[in-house]
Ligand binder design. Structure first.
Ligand SMILES: [Zn+2]
Length: 669
């Protein structure tokens, strides 16, 4: 379950449009398509029109055949050239192309995982579902062109289907279900979905006064979830209309997929049946996908100059929901971003402006997380009111157009009256992040109070930063921001009371490379560590065997031979672990992980030399053996309690901020 969730969260936006090449004017398709899921037959007719005559190359799946073809009304004998799963049909300059085609679709493979669904790129059909992705050649797409379309879908009466866009009409007659859709904005391609859906519909009037048709196209086994999903969609539409502007479409549908997948498209999201059952999807991924109708499908990123839409969507959806929950939850999410950033091999880092779409984990860390952090810092810099005004201005100025980071900067500059070029330049164009630390601090009595001198270092090149400092004084804690723009700089603060201690950026409000001591270790740090080593301080042979099995499953790198391990996995009975901690001079078992709780406790700690230690403390050998399957799924946690193989509690240790304790002038404290 967790693996699916983690994996799923990492790939949901895979079908966000990628406007790589923009033709002068989009092709206009008028498609009629009949699909018979039982026999997997597809039969279609398309009339493609261009504003001005142009030569075009059509792409059609190699498994489909051309039944008829005419160019500007004249029959045309085209030679189709095969290329992978597709055939290319080059045509002379024309205003209108008419093409009929048919053939047998691939069988839908329910065993396909998300990546398979994504890369398999074959149009597939079956009783449980039909998925014809854009790019699979299920209809004759015009190479290198954006496409508008009107589409009429013809299915057996027990099936329902849809494409992104407005449902113009639908009817049921003669044992068939027919529906017509229109998509007037230029789209990158057409994706068609169908299945034995029960449709639940609701019409809502949104905050901005527009009427939107909400639908759940769910398999029968999900029927009980439909209305909850529609409630959530309505809530998100209201939220984002208030924050950004009117929802730009007339529909939104949640569509279930028989394969474990997750795609977002304009006006809909297509999610696996098992994904829709996960309790947190309504509260997180669903809102993210709804918001993509503004960012990504409403304003298109200028991909050549960097994709801002994932960062802004992450900030205004996933992160905003944490912020709404609590200050601590928001701070924990920023810690997770910065921790992932700190753990990323430096060679994988790249400027945010180079992020175009997500290809692997590293680009997610930059393209989603560093990007969201940019928006967070921007809001700190210009204030919430100017930030919100900038968002609304950016939307109204760029609706259904391509926009770049420069357009975003312009909107926030107009809203704030500030020149933001240096801010955007340093976060977009540079690789890396500042390494902030307190190098020195001292306090002295001056007329009217105290003067605190703090020397900060940040490495090269220097960023221009507004650094939050929490200062504990004898009268309580205050927070000050100091402006830092050099590699090393001494800043002077006037205080009314004696300062005792300074904490650097305690809430993690800056994009920066965390020092090792600032990031409390999580299990994944240990799982990925080079040269790990298993220690079994126990006499129980069955425990030793179970520990070796756990290590084999948990540790991804080969174990260290000699004494210089970079990470230690220590597994044993409760008494063994307590004795080992005492012997090594390490902190004893955390109180919250009392040995009486559950059958096993797992937690991370840092040894005096900075090495990560993972402690696995169990009641008996079977309790240890029970961990080897579930534990590798909890890489994001710092501590866990298990009852058998069932996780009963988990969490992450709080960040350990950099603290500087000032020498007392009097020596009394
Ligand atoms: Zn996304």
């Amino acid at each position: 379950m967790t693996r699916l969730a983690v994996y799923f969260a990492a790939v949901i936006c895979a079908l966000a449009p990628a406007f790589a090449a923009l033709a002068a004017s989009p092709a206009a398709h008028q498609i009629r398509v009949r699909i018979e899921p039982d026999t997997r037959l597809l039969e279609g007719k398309d009339s493609i029109r261009f504003d001005a005559p142009r030569a075009a190359t059509l792409l059609l799946s190699a498994r489909l055949r051309i039944d008829s073809l005419s160019v500007d009304g004249q029959p045309y004998a085209a030679a189709a050239r095969p290329e992978g799963n597709l055939q290319r049909i080059a045509l002379p300059a024309a205003r209108r192309i008419d093409l009929g085609w048919s053939g047998e679709l691939a069988a839908l493979d329910r065993g396909l995982d998300h990546r398979g669904t994504l890369t398999y790129a074959e149009p597939a059909s079956g009783r449980e579902g039909t998925f014809l992705p854009s790019g699979s050649g299920w209809y004759p797409s015009v190479e290198g062109s954006l496409e508008r379309y009107s589409l009429e879908l013809d299915l057996p009466q027990d099936q329902r289907g849809l494409v992104p866009g407005r449902l113009v009409e639908e009817r049921q007659a003669g044992g068939r279900y027919r529906a017509r859709f229109e998509f007037r904005q230029p789209a990158e391609g057409i994706t068609l979905m169908a299945g034995p859906y029960r449709v639940e519909e609701r019409r809502v009037r949104t905050a901005a006064g527009s009427e939107v048709r909400l639908r759940a196209y769910f398999h029968a086994e999900l029927a009980g979830l439909a209305s909850g999903y529609l409630d959530s969609v309505a809530g998100y539409l209201d939220l984002y209309e208030r924050r950004i502007g009117a929802y730009p479409f007339a529909e939104f549908s949640v569509v279930s997929s028989p394969t474990p997948t997750g795609f977002g498209m304009p006006t809909l999201t297509y999610l696996g049946i098992d994904v829709l059952r996960l309790p947190f999807i309504r509260a997180t991924s669903l809102g993210h996908e709804v918001l993509h109708n503004w960012w990504g499908n409403g304003v298109y990123p200028d991909y050549a100059r960097g994709n801002w839409s994932e960062g802004l969507t992450n900030f205004m959806a996933d992160y905003a929901y944490r912020e709404r929950d609590s200050r601590e939850a928001a701070s924990a999410m920023r810690l997770a971003w910065l921790r992932d950033y700190a753990a990323m091999p430096p060679g994988d880092d790249a400027p945010l402006a180079h992020f175009t779409s997500r290809t692997h984990g590293a680009s997610q860390i930059v393209g989603y997380n560093k990007s969201a952090m940019l928006f967070f810092m921007l809001r700190d810099l210009i204030g919430e009111a100017a930030f919100d005004a900038g968002v609304r201005d950016f939307w109204s100025a760029n609706r259904f157009n391509i926009a770049s980071w420069d357009d975003l900067r312009g909107a926030f500059e107009r809203a704030s009256g500030k020149n933001l070029s240096a801010f955007f330049e340093q976060w977009l164009e540079r690789t890396g992040a500042p390494n902030l630390r307190i190098a020195d601090a001292k306090a002295e009595v001056v007329a009217g109070g105290w003067q605190l001198s703090v020397t900060l270092e940040q490495g090269a090149p220097a960023y221009t930063l507004s650094v939050p400092l929490a200062i504990r004084t004898i009268e309580g804690e205050i927070t000050r921001r100091v402006a830092l723009s050099r590699e090393r700089e001494t800043l002077i603060l006037q205080l009314s009371a004696e300062p005792l201690q300074i904490t650097l950026d305690p809430e993690l409000r800056l994009m920066r490379r965390l020092a090792a001591a600032e990031t409390p270790p999580i299990l994944r740090d240990a799982m990925l560590a080079e040269h790990p080593k298993l220690i079994t301080p126990t006499a129980d042979a069955a425990v030793q065997t179970a520990a070796r099995d756990l290590a084999a499953r948990l540790l991804e790198r080969a174990q260290a031979e000699g004494p210089d391990a970079a990470m230690l996995l220590v597994a044993g009975l409760h008494a063994d672990i307590d004795a080992w901690l005492a012997r090594e001079g390490m902190a004893s078992r955390p109180a919250m992980l009392a040995a009486t709780r559950g059958s096993a406790q797992v937690w991370t700690a840092r040894a005096g030399d900075g090495r990560i230690v993972v402690l696995v403390s169990v009641r008996d050998a079977p309790s240890l053996a029970a961990l080897s399957t579930p534990l590798p799924h909890y890489g994001q946690q710092s501590y866990l309690v298990f009852e058998g193989a069932r996780m009963v509690e988990r969490g992450t240790w709080p960040a350990q901020p950099q603290v500087w304790t000032l020498k007392s002038r009097t020596g009394l404290r």
